[in-house]
Write a protein that binds this ligand. Structure first.
Ligand code: GDP
Length: 419
């Protein structure tokens, strides 16, 4: 166990070996889920000598998938010398958008799996593009299934150069990417250096994972605390509750609630029914602010410092990806936007650019409509005041889901806000 933590996304084209790699990582780090070990303990003890264990892990993961108990490779955990890793949802996973919005899917870094015998494929492009949109820091590229190409160096170099081209197209700095020839299935260059690739002397996968930069807790950013609920508590008064997304909330701070546009001095902060002097990112708190009544503030407000208050958007520009809409989206469409704890109807005022999701480049200026699979830059006008921030400044408050007809139809991130 380590006290340092990483949220890791495993991305890549279907069948390139994401699940196998996760199984391999769980196995090599001794983090196979308990129920998998329990299930086949005896059998594993009988036959499980030398190398069989990995097959057991994979068989069980596969079995679960067949039974429809989707072996969620998401939410598996493993530890290395340097970090505890949580594998978060990948693009394409059914809860991905929801989790992205609630912050659960905020991956710090990612492993991109590309099969050596196939190279860059459609979802490789899509996932790299989404990874960039969602602000993934570093990318470790595992060129997988090296066993299928006889561990041939020139096949590896060919895939590396395809991926480098892709990264350049989506403006993902190649200095933020490292490449490793691996076989998730055979275990080459995962936990131990492989003799099969004697031409390779870079980091193996576990070394590269250990060397990932430590995610910075967003304590340097200004305080942003979206309000989930507002209670009235005897003897204390009005108590807004919510989770600190960025910055620090201190007793004695002067705070402002936006867009309600009221504020005052923080008198008390409570966490787990105990008074605390301050709260940090990730803390769920209730607090009390001098002079604020129950009807002055509401769910969807964001609390921030009085001298650096949360931004209220008159209009904003955003990049959106349309995931599932039954027809086409045109200017004038007014669905409900879910951003942090706010739900506000917003009009898509104009569709400014259609973006090619595979390259990230502008495909069309001012298109008449967009539809499923399209990415676009749009200008949005909230129908009621909404506090939202450019994701480049405060990522935690810069992403949103667009919902209509009871489902999430699109997701996006804020590029720019006009106050
Ligand atoms: P995913 O769809 O990306 O999760 O891919 P899977 O992990 O399900 O792998 C797809 C298929 O490729 C399975 O049959 C795996 O056994 C196989 N596979 C995965 N990694 C390797 C590898 O390194 N070498 C070989 N030969 N096969 C692999």
């Amino acid at each position: 166990m380590s006290d340092r933590h990483q949220n890791l996304a495993i991305i890549g084209h279907v069948d390139h070996g994401k699940s196998t790699l996760v199984g391999r990582l769980l196995y090599e780090t001794g983090s196979v889920p308990e129920h998998v070990i329990e299930q086949h303990k005896e059998e594993a003890e009988e036959k499980g000598k030398g190398g069989f264990e990995f097959a057991y892990v994979m068989d069980n993961l596969a079995e679960e998938r067949e039974r429809g108990v989707t072996i969620d490779i998401a939410h598996q955990e493993f530890s290395t010398d340097a970090y505890d890793f949580t594998i978060v949802d990948c693009p394409g996973h059914r809860d991905f958008v929801k989790n992205m919005i609630t912050g659960a899917s905020q991956a710090d870094n990612a492993v991109l799996v590309v099969a050596a015998d196939d190279g860059v494929a459609p979802q490789t492009r899509e996932h790299v593009f989404l990874a960039r949109t969602l602000g993934i820091g570093e990318l470790i590229v595992g060129v997988n299934k090296m066993d299928l190409v006889d561990y041939n160096e020139s096949d590896y170099e060919q895939v590396v150069s395809e991926v480098e081209d892709l990264l350049k197209q989506v403006r993902f700095g190649t200095e933020d990417a490292s490449f490793i020839p691996i076989s998730a299935f055979e275990g080459d260059n995962i936990a131990e250096r492989s003799d099969n690739t004697d031409w390779y002397d870079g980091d193996i996968l576990l070394e590269a994972l250990n060397d990932l930069p430590e995610p910075e807790p967003p304590t340097d950013a200004p305080l942003r605390l979206p309000i989930q609920d507002v209670y009235t508590i005897d003897g204390i008064g009005t108590v807004p509750v919510g989770r600190v997304e960025t910055g620090i909330l201190n007793v004695g701070d002067n705070v402002s609630f936006q867009p309600s546009d009221v504020g005052g001095e923080v008198k008390t902060v409570e966490m787990h029914h105990e008074e605390v002097p301050k709260a940090e990112p990730g803390d769920n708190v209730g607090f009390n602010v001098r002079g604020i009544g129950k009807d002055d503030i509401r769910r969807g407000d964001v609390c921030g410092p009085a001298d650096d208050p949360p931004t209220v958007a008159e209009t904003f520009q955003a990049q959106i990806v349309v995931m599932q809409h039954p027809s086409v989206i045109t200017a004038g469409y007014t669905p409900v936007f879910h951003a942090h704890t706010a739900q506000v109807a917003c009009t898509i005022e104009s569709i400014d650019q259609k973006i090619d999701p595979s390259s990230g480049e502008v495909a069309e200026e001012n298109p008449d409509f967009i539809q499923n699979g399209d990415a676009a830059v749009v200008t949005i006008r909230p129908q009621k005041p909404l506090s939202i921030e450019p994701s480049g400044e405060i990522p935690e408050l810069g992403s949103f889901a667009i919902r209509d007809m009871g489902q999430t139809i699109a997701a996006g991130k804020v590029l720019d806000v006009n106050e």
